[in-house]
Ligand binder design. Structure first.
Ligand code: NAD
Ligand code: NAI
Ligand code: ISE
Length: 337
């Protein structure tokens, strides 16, 4: 059985996901694409050699009879409307983070999915599919370091474009940690605070960079998360969990150790597409397999909502300078399985 997939938004990740579905994964076929910039969609069809129709509009594509499932990879502010339309059409939808740009927008999707009575939405939170994070989780669940007490994290990008603004450090970047850490610790967030160190000179004037997000979970774990999106040297993701009897660190991506010119060195990645390439492959294969079996299993709309509630609180904390509470709605039983 081949799942016929339509892609809404053929930018950086839309193209990369279309590439993996076409050339790496099995069971999926890209039959439709659209982008507000039509020439962008046409260029992707040509570059990847897709046998896909180019639509003028996302809604038209969602309704197409030969499209079984959707990938929403347009920019964040458009996600809510496309995911709601997909649910209305009764179609499976893989939506890149953020599920919506506000917690209320995510809740609208949660409510629509619950009303549909069937899981249709998977979020592009790929870190739980990463082997390194899985090793951390296994060690915590096996009690190898006792109870987790503190987590030190860093999310560093070499540079960001001028369009990147201060709140995006949360809603675009920290959102990955806000997702993966509640999964890793099997916990939810109680409060957040954002503090601003001295700013790097290597940034556009309007952007506060770096930032430190301080989080307290319901179990009392303290998390410090450095967001530094103009660090210059590479794309670097760090996570260290301090437990009662030991410390575990996220493994570095596999890389050759080079002895040369009187140096022992190892390269650091610079492109986010490479850092989690295996996790992206696995999450999407999982989505396709789930559709074929009539049951998708990846990160849920509720996970998208939970990350968005925490993100909203962080953005509020960015502006207030205060410690802000993270207050979630009650989880519908629908998401308990
Ligand atoms: P991008 O800007 O490169 O690509 C987005 C594309 O969507 C653009 O081509 C744009 O023209 C198109 N688009 C925008 N609005 C549209 C609409 N209404 N209908 C159709 N097309 C539309 O962005 P990107 O880097 O590919 O990111 C896309 C999404 O993927 C974002 O939500 C981003 O947060 C997410 N993302 C996630 C990861 C991850 O690690 N999980 C990585 C990159 C991007
Ligand atoms: P991008 O800017 O490269 O691509 C966005 C595309 O969406 C653009 O081509 C744009 O023209 C198109 N678009 C915007 N509005 C549209 C609309 N209404 N209809 C159709 N197309 C529309 O951005 P990028 O980096 O690909 O990010 C896209 C999404 O993926 C974002 O939500 C981003 O947060 C997420 N993302 C996720 C990553 C991950 O690791 N999971 C990594 C990078 C991005
Ligand atoms: C991008 O949108 C992503 O999602 C990447 O995974 C992240 O590391 C980067 O900071 C974001 O801009």
């Amino acid at each position: 059985m081949t799942i016929r997939i339509g892609v809404i938004g053929t930018g950086a990740i839309g193209e990369d996901h279309a590439r993996r579905i076409t050339h790496v994964l099995s069971g999926g076929h890209i039959v439709a694409v659209t982008d507000v910039n039509r020439s962008q969609a046409e260029a992707v069809v040509a570059r990847l050699g897709l046998d896909a129709r180019v639509y003028d509009d996302g809604h038209e594509l969602i309704k197409a009879a030969d499209v079984d499932a959707l990938l929403v990879t347009s920019w964040g502010p458009t996600h809510e409307e496309f995911v709601l339309a997909a649910i209305k059409a009764g179609k499976y939808v893989f939506c890149e983070k953020p599920l919506a740009t506000t917690a209320q927008g995510c809740l609208n999707i949660v409510n629509a999915e619950v009303a549909a009575g069937q899981r249709l939405v998977q979020i592009g939170f790929m870190r739980p599919y990463d082997r390194g994070y899985q090793l951390l989780k296994q060690a915590i669940d096996d009690n190898q370091i006792g109870e987790p007490l503190m987590v030190h994290c860093a999310h560093r990008n070499p540079t960001v474009p001028e369009s990147y603004i201060t709140s995006m450090a949360i809603v675009d970047t920290a959102i990955h940690e806000l997702d993966v850490l509640r999964w890793l610790l099997n916990d939810d967030y109680k409060t957040v605070q954002v503090v601003y160190p001295r700013r790097t000179r290597n940034r556009f004037e309007h952007l506060a960079d770096p930032q430190v997000v301080l989080i307290e979970t319901h179990k009392g774990v303290r998390i410090d998360l450095e967001i530094f999106v103009n660090c210059q040297y590479g794309y670097d993701i760090q996570c260290s969990v301090v437990g009662e009897t030991g410390i575990i660190n996220l493994p570095e991506p596999q890389s050759l150790l080079v002895r040369s010119d009187a140096r022992l060195s190892t390269a650091i990645l610079t492109d986010w597409k490479q850092r989690f390439i295996d996790a992206y492959d696995i999450e999407l294969q999982n989505f396709i397999n789930g559709i074929a079996q009539g049951r998708i299993e990846g990160p849920t709309a509720w996970d998208g909502y939970a990350a968005a509630v925490a993100a909203d609180a962080c953005v509020k904390a960015q502006e207030s300078g205060q410690i802000e509470a993270v207050v979630m709605a009650e989880r519908p039983a629908f998401y308990n399985q």
